[in-house]
Design a protein around this ligand. Structure first.
Ligand code: SF4
Ligand code: SF4
Length: 172
């Protein structure tokens, strides 16, 4: 029995190898190929803009208040028509998320009255020291869309008076 046993194990091993040899590979060539995520996946946060380039974030800090991990820091400042970042009175002059604290629960997204903060599909969150884990507004904000203007913008008086416009481009 002791003589036969290694051969049995050998044949079983070879059979397993043969059985999976012609299966489709499950590995992908990351990072050249990226695996699509599920529709409800929550990845890295993005701060959104309206179509005209104005920022959706109004610096209200509701996301920071809703965050169970105390990962968000917001400081707001006043908009003027000469130097406008967002509709309404205020904008986020500082917006930071500490990715070491974030648990990707999405509460910040739910709390936001203007749909400014969205957890999208980017899962590439590597950093090599603790300071790099704090993502500032410059990293989080979306690029200016085609046809839009960068912020701050010079805007006509009396047009962008509401902080929470309807969920569409406020220039419409
Ligand atoms: S996803 Fe959750 S933990 Fe992360 S910043 Fe938003 S509220 Fe905080
Ligand atoms: S992301 Fe939304 S909830 Fe957070 S400060 Fe900006 S507008 Fe307020």
């Amino acid at each position: 029995m002791r003589v036969v046993e290694p051969f049995v194990e050998l044949v079983r091993g070879l059979w397993t190898t043969l059985r999976v040899t012609f299966d489709r590979p499950v590995t992908i060539q990351y990072p050249e190929v990226k695996k699509p995520v599920k529709p409800r996946f929550r990845g890295r946060h993005v701060l959104k803009r309206y179509d005209n380039g104005l920022e959706k974030c109004i610096g209200c800090s509701l996301c920071a208040a809703a965050c169970p991990a105390d990962a968000i820091f917001v400081e707001s400042s006043e908009n003027t028509d000469e130097k406008r970042f967002s509709p309404g009175d205020r904008y986020a002059s500082t917006y930071e998320i500490n990715m070491l604290r974030c648990i990707f629960c999405g509460f910040c997204e739910d709390a936001c009255p203007t749909e400014a903060i969205v957890l999208e599909d980017n899962y590439e969150l590597s950093f090599t020291d603790r300071r790099q884990a704090i993502y500032p507004k410059e990293m989080l904000i979306d690029p200016v869309p085609p046809g839009g203007s960068p912020t701050p913008q010079k805007t006509p008086p009396g047009v962008y008076t509401r902080s929470v416009p309807e969920m569409k481009d406020p220039s419409d």
